[in-house]
Design a protein around this ligand. Structure first.
Ligand code: NAI
Length: 400
């Protein structure tokens, strides 16, 4: 079929299999150009492996230290006349490349919040790898069916206590406007967001893996978080999602305890703000990202998910002397360049003056838009989007 972008707000309904495969290749080439991660992980489980930080973590592990990887993801398979989602095509492409390069890569497709998928992943590890030495937890989801209570929880992106008014951008149109987001009305909204994006499911995963005896000696597990600048605090750090991230951090000692027999260690890594399917859904944040990109690119310190994942592995989780550098709260900080005083001072100046009229000039809104479309395999100059492509792309390890 001929596949062109079809968007609805911050969602792209179509996806190009060749463009997404090229994205995966570019990420692989980046890691190859950077060289090996000495002492890197060898057998890795990535939960949320198909897009964003999870996909890049999988690629960094596979191509940085030759790791065998099992990726858990929830995607949409293609059907005649309907494209798959990006996660599906990315996973298919990654498995193909890995197979060609002699790297073990298999995927578990389904709801990572369910016990069935956890048990299927544990069984696959046991059968094929014996144990894992790294578990990356990189889920971003709006809903979670709690397998214990059977209740469906929905997360919300809201401030707590008072309404939050600030600038936001429609990145398609490039227009800046003011938005007011009403605070949560009930504690339940905070609790439900914690249920979806907090540490409970991460803990369930480690419990299942521990019980199955598939945690290797000195296993590490890392989950991703975000803090960001003061201007997004009401909607992020101090909002409902921030409470879920605090819960993630609170889970770390419990996981360390669960993994003590194998001398395991759990970490929360605070990452940089980046264009992904999840971050484009948060009000205010896309405007901040488009200004941040401008400044970080000018300073030559811009990173995408693959640069972040590689640096996380090489300079934080698997350093030459084995020490994992953390901040005063025990968190890994890979948002250090984003949070530099000079970067934040310049973003803040631009924030104050940003309008629809000057946005194209003072921000990298074009870069934002391009990256958004690239997530779905569009805007690739090597592809003619008027040419038919086969939308049916299987994932090798999921073929019966
Ligand atoms: P993303 O939307 O690109 O990736 C989410 C992944 O979760 C995908 O692989 C998807 O298939 C998987 N997933 C979602 N629900 C699932 C389910 N029920 N079962 C199985 N898989 C499921 O998001 P992104 O941005 O990479 O987020 C990953 C983590 O990184 C999140 O915890 C997020 O808060 C964090 N983070 C994101 C930042 C950003 O700016 N994008 C910054 C710092 C942290």
């Amino acid at each position: 079929m001929i596949i062109q972008p079809r968007t609805r707000g911050f969602i792209c309904l179509t996806c190009h299999p060749v463009g997404t495969a090229n994205n995966v290749k570019k990420q692989i080439q980046y890691v190859q150009s950077q060289g090996a991660i000495e002492n890197g992980p060898k057998k890795v489980l990535v939960i949320g492996a198909s897009t964003g930080f999870g996909l890049s973590s999988r690629i960094a592990a596979a191509y940085g230290s030759g790791a065998a990887t099992i990726g858990v993801f929830h995607g949409k398979a293609p059907s005649k006349g309907k494209t798959a989602n990006a996660g599906w095509y990315n996973t298919a492409a990654f498995e193909n490349d890995a197979a060609k390069d002699g790297l073990y890569a298999k995927s578990v497709h389904g709801d990572a919040f369910s016990m069935e998928v956890k048990e299927a992943a544990a069984a696959l590890i046991k059968k094929d790898l014996g144990t894992v030495d790294l578990i990356v937890y990189s889920l971003a989801a709006p809903k979670r069916l709690d397998p214990i209570s059977g209740t469906n929880f929905s997360s919300v992106l809201k401030p707590i206590g008072a309404p939050f008014s600030n600038k936001t951008v429609d990145f398609h149109a490039g227009t800046v406007s003011n938005i007011t987001i009403q605070p949560v009305e009930k504690q339940e909204e905070i609790d439900n967001t914690i249920k979806v994006m907090g540490g409970e499911d991460w803990k369930l995963w480690i419990e299942v893996l521990e019980k199955a005896g598939v945690l290797g000696e000195n296993v590490k597990t890392v989950a991703y978080s975000y803090i960001g600048p003061e201007l997004t605090f009401p909607i992020y750090k101090n909002g409902t999602i921030g409470q879920a991230k605090i819960d993630l951090e609170k889970t770390v000692p419990t996981l360390n305890d669960l993994m003590k027999d194998v001398h395991g260690a759990a970490y929360v890594s605070v990452n940089k703000a980046l264009v992904t399917q999840s971050s484009s859904a948060i009000p205010v944040v896309p405007l901040y990202i488009s200004l941040l990109y401008k400044i970080m690119k000018e300073k030559g310190i811009h990173e995408g998910t693959i640069e972040q994942a590689y640096r996380l592995f090489k300079e934080r989780l698997y350093t030459a002397d084995g020490a994992v550098p953390v901040d005063e709260a025990g968190r890994i900080r890979i948002d250090d360049w984003e949070m530099r005083d000079d970067v934040q001072a310049e973003v803040s100046k631009l924030w104050d003056i940003a309008t629809s009229e000057n946005l194209a000039e003072i921000s990298d809104i074009e870069g934002y838009r391009n990256e958004f479309f690239e997530l779905f395999g569009f805007n690739d100059p090597t592809i003619d989007y008027d040419v038919e492509v086969d939308e049916i792309v299987p994932i090798a390890s999921l073929e019966k």
